[in-house]
Design a protein around this ligand. Sequence first.
Ligand code: HEC
Length: 197
Amino acid sequence: MRCSPKLLLLPVVILLACIEGLAQGPIYHMGRPPKAEEMRALDVCIGPEGQGLPAGSGNATQGAPIYMQKCAICHGLNGEGGVGPKLVGGIGTLADAQPVKTIGSFWPNAPSIWDFINRAMPQTQPGSLAPDEVYAVLAFLLTRNGVIKESDVLDATTLPKVKMPNRDGFVPAKPMYPEPAQYSGGCGSHACTKEGR
Ligand code: HEC
């Protein structure tokens, strides 16, 4: 009987998976459980409509010094980009031959940007910003993008209400089909007017 090479690989893969599990356990004294502060930034789940946003607040004036100290080195003094991507500008260019994608021009929901900064930035110390600092630095960036006003305060209530310029530029995550009653009316014809059909 011939055995496919793929089948022979299976036990090897299983063995390697077991070894990796053991390496992190007490037997080989490698790896360690994450510390509470390491888990803090990872153990959050913020929905695009702002579900799960923590208490805290910030405005652009408070965010400016945080940005200059912790972000400008990679993203440029005015968000023009550097080692890190451009964070300011590009609004209205998405249909151009060379679209400029930034958080201002491309990202559809402001809470998702909050989540990303909180989880991943500054790149050298991800998860190190307090909620107030994330609200403030995001307020600074959204002000520079012209999306909110200098005086606006961002918190768990106001942030989900920020209308990002590209909010309607994505197809819905779930397809929207017509109500069942409309099927009987001959779907596929002009009778179907709901979005997504
Ligand atoms: C050491 C360099 C570095 C620093 C400091 C840094 N970033 Fe970044 N940032 C990056 C890089 C590189 C990327 C792209 C890779 C990625 O998405 O992880 C990025 C991506 C981002 C994005 C997503 C951009 C997009 O359009 O996808 C945001 C928002 C952002 N950074 C905000 C910040 C903020 C706010 C700070 C300061 C608190 C900061 N960054 C500090 C390097 C940095």
